[in-house]
Design a protein around this ligand. Structure first.
Ligand code: HMG
Length: 390
């Protein structure tokens, strides 16, 4: 039985900072960002967006299309959790009026948790072939102002329906996965911003890729030439390119710059203007690949490398399904990305420093442009959400 991604919809904030603006404020050559790390813009969530509103807005088109009707497992992957106890997905479940017969759990392992969700959901569907699972990876990548990671910030949520006989991508059974206790990137409970050993994290990302690939190749007997495209975890687009070059070098496969771009470039287009979306980043890459590739990718094999600091990595693969184009939300996504509002440097810093009040009082948050849902305020330590659709 084929199991995989049946539908995929994403959402990001309506606000962004151009990295030329950040470069000016930091007295840095803009090419360090545009060329050196391969990023042009970063998505910035206004005070009335959080991982719940990002996620609910991502899944809203799926709800409208009736795709959530048979969902009985909802896995919410995030490292930007809003509560130590309650799963953020339960708010989303309520906002989307999903049926009550549903398991709902939050998953965490840095940027890897979206893939953990996907693989667990596949197990659920294998046991319940008529049922569906919803996986939402929703995150806000936030580093300290003036830190090396600052230019890689971003935000977004990807909602995926996992089912038998999927219409977008069937996931192949072979996978290589690897865990090692390292401190390359982490965020203690008392901090709003991640701590990161930047250069070291890029080395661990690559080491984990090589280990994950080794297992995958042993299981599947495949080599790099068996793939038509690749989707890597994308903390910044240059990371994905460098990782692929390292893998090819290790396997003694010669991959020129043009050939490498042909394998990767379509998957990097959205991330270049959105920034790191942590748990959702690789799946934003998949949306970018499926929605922007001119070539019909039906029956093509895509290789995936998912990485979460700390660390867990996984290499797996999938086959794009014939007719997939009919089931994409490509126009919606293009409109969303094309109609965002650019922030000045001062507006960015003001939003960055806004902060959710923690004193238990009642607050109403200013209304910015959001999707169908907004984080409207907080009262007695309870978050309040507003549905803006009629
Ligand atoms: P940095 O150290 O400030 O940058 O930040 P740099 O000095 O290394 O410069 C970056 C590149 O730009 C270099 O190229 C420069 O040469 C080039 P490279 O040597 O790497 O090929 N450059 C220029 N190019 C053209 N024109 C110029 C110019 N100037 C410089 N004028 C760093 C880089 C990665 C450390 C930083 O962005 C960072 O800390 N990022 C956050 C951590 C991160 O993203 N790590 C990636 C792997 S870990 C991961 O993916 C997991 C993660 O998503 C979290 C999770 O799992 O939850 C982060």
């Amino acid at each position: 039985m084929n199991i995989g991604i049946d539908r995929l919809s994403f959402y990001t904030s309506n606000y962004f900072v151009d990295l030329k603006t950040l470069a000016k404020a930091r007295s840095v050559d803009p090419d360090k960002y545009y060329v050196g790390i391969g990023q042009e813009k970063m998505g910035i969530p206004p005070p009335d967006e959080d991982v719940v509103t990002l996620a609910a807005s991502a899944a809203y088109p799926l709800m409208q299309d009736g795709e959530l009707d048979d969902v009985e497992l909802f896995l919410f992957a995030t490292e930007s959790g809003i509560d130590q106890s309650k799963a953020a997905g339960i708010y989303v479940h309520g906002l989307l009026e999903m049926k009550r017969r549903c398991r709902c759990v939050e998953l965490k392992q840095a940027c890897y948790s979206g893939t953990a969700g996907l693989q667990l959901a596949i197990g659920f569907v294998a046991r319940n072939p008529g049922k569906k699972a919803l996986v939402i990876a929703s995150d806000i990548a936030r580093y300290e102002l003036r830190s090396p990671g600052e230019a890689t910030q971003g935000c977004g949520a990807v909602a995926m329906v996992i089912s038998a006989n999927p219409r977008l991508l069937s996931i192949e059974p072979e996978c290589g996965y690897y865990t090692e206790d390292v401190m390359d990137f982490w965020r203690p409970n008392y901090r709003l911003e991640a701590l990161v050993d930047g250069k070291y994290s890029t080395m661990v990302y690559i080491h984990t890729l090589l280990e994950s690939w080794k297992q995958y190749a042993e299981q599947s007997g495949r080599s790099l030439v068996d793939f038509d495209r690749f989707c890597y975890h994308i903390p910044f687009t240059k990371m994905a390119e460098k990782a692929h070059q390292k893998l090819a070098h290790k396997l003694k496969v010669s991959v020129g710059k043009e050939e490498m771009l042909a394998l990767l470039e379509e998957s990097l287009r959205y991330s270049r203007i959105m920034g790191n979306c942590y748990a959702g980043a690789m799946y934003i890459g998949l949306a970018s690949l499926l929605e922007t590739a001119e070539e019909d990718l039906a029956s093509k094999r895509v290789g995936f490398y998912s990485y979460g600091s700390g660390c867990v990595g996984e290499f797996f693969s999938g086959i794009v399904q014939p007719g997939y184009r009919e089931f994409l939300y490509a126009d919606q996504h293009r409109n969303l990305l094309a109609n965002r509002t650019e922030l000045t440097y001062q507006q960015y810093e003001d939003i960055f420093n806004y902060g959710v009040p923690t004193d238990g009082g009642s607050y109403v948050f200013p209304q910015y442009k959001t999707g169908p849902f907004r984080f409207s305020g907080i009262s007695q330590h309870k978050r309040e959400y507003e549905t803006l659709t009629s």
